[in-house]
Write a protein that binds this ligand. Structure first.
Ligand code: SAM
Length: 328
């Protein structure tokens, strides 16, 4: 099992397959960050090799993300190839679900048991305003298709004052009526299009209001299979409600993750701009995976505590790069 210099076990990889996205969310950087050149994007074979290395190092859980994974051609076939090569791996996916409907059954057949779907609003015009695209109904179909395929769905909504702070009741109803976990995530000051302190709708405020709208009971973290989210059952509901609090209540002490971008850079902390370039080593005929492993182990000797970086930041942003390029 991999361990970092602070004794944290690392067992979870977030692997981005593309920095491209078909949405232009106002808080993300899908439209503004420089895109990778085709040749700089890791080929699917290379991504599989990185997953294989991760597996040998004890990483049993890999989340494929982006950009939007389904915006990359051949993504479904890649998932199927990943399942064939790593039958025991816990394969997960994060998607905006706009393009997922035709693939839901194949995802289920490939053993993708859980999908995180990003959806910040239940109002079609607001969706258009947030994402730049008129695709709210495509997302809702995608969610339905995943549920029909038997995939567990978690919806992640970025909590934003002035955008979705009037929608708590609607989201609670969605979780009450469907076997869906709805999680609000605090709006993080990442590189990207826009962030201002007054746009942050804090977890504390969300929870106070949620308690007035629903009968919420906190769940133990382990029992909830929730990662860093604090989850609540909803009285009489099929789904659950949760909060992810990177700003107000960090979870750095138990952070077990690494991120590798579609361009092959390793990031050990979301709030750090420090990157470790794996691509050149991976592609070098005399270096390859053993060299990648050395870089990875060296990087773990300085895996930061993100909350320290958050506290020490001088500008508004904690990290110059936005989530589309890093892989959320
Ligand atoms: N396209 C996929 C999707 O929409 O889920 C995967 C990539 S997206 C960058 C991953 C997640 O990052 C989304 O849930 C998005 O809402 C979240 N995200 C992006 N920028 C964020 C920010 N500044 N604060 C909080 N969450 C953010």
């Amino acid at each position: 099992m991999l361990q970092d210099d602070k004794g944290r076990s690392v067992s979870y990889l977030r692997l981005s397959v593309t920095d491209r996205c078909n949405l232009r969310c106002l808080y993300c950087d899908g439209s503004i960050s420089p895109r990778l050149l085709h040749g700089d994007v890791l080929r699917y074979e290379e991504l599989l090799d990185l997953m294989g290395l991760s597996a040998t190092l004890g990483i049993g859980k890999v989340r494929l993300t982006g950009g939007e994974p389904f915006a990359r051609r051949g993504f479904m076939e890649f998932m199927e190839a990943a399942r064939q090569r790593f039958p025991a791996m816990d394969l997960r996916l994060t998607s905006n679900a706009t393009l997922i409907t035709p693939f839901a059954q194949r995802l289920a057949a490939a053993g993708v048991a859980r999908i995180n779907i990003s959806l910040d609003t239940l109002d079609a015009p607001t969706f258009h305003r947030v994402t730049g695209q008129d695709m709210y109904h495509a997302v809702r179909s995608g969610i339905d298709a995943c549920l029909e395929a038997g995939i567990r769905v978690k919806i992640n909504a970025v909590a934003m004052r002035g955008v979705n702070d009037g929608e708590l009741a609607g989201f609670l109803d969605l979780a009450r009526q469907n076997p869906i976990d709805v999680r609000f995530i605090e709006f993080m000051p990442m590189g990207g299009a826009s962030w201002a302190p007054e746009q942050v709708w804090s977890a504390e405020d969300i929870l106070r209001e949620a308690h007035t709208l629903a009968d919420l009971t906190p769940l133990a973290r382990d029992a909830a299979d929730s990662g860093p989210a604090q989850m609540f059952s909803i009285g009489g509901g099929k789904g659950r409600f949760g909060l992810i609090t990177p700003l107000s209540n960090h979870f750095c002490g138990s952070c077990n993750r690494l991120r590798i971008t579609s361009g092959g850079t390793l990031r050990t902390c979301l709030f750090s701009d420090r990157v470790y370039r794996l691509r050149a080593a991976l592609r070098h005929p005399k270096l390859g995976l053993p060299a990648v492993e050395r870089i990875l182990r060296a990087a773990l000797r300085t895996k930061p505590l993100g909350y320290e970086l958050l506290a020490a930041r001088r500008s508004g942003k904690v990290c110059a790069t936005g989530m589309a390029a890093i892989g959320g």
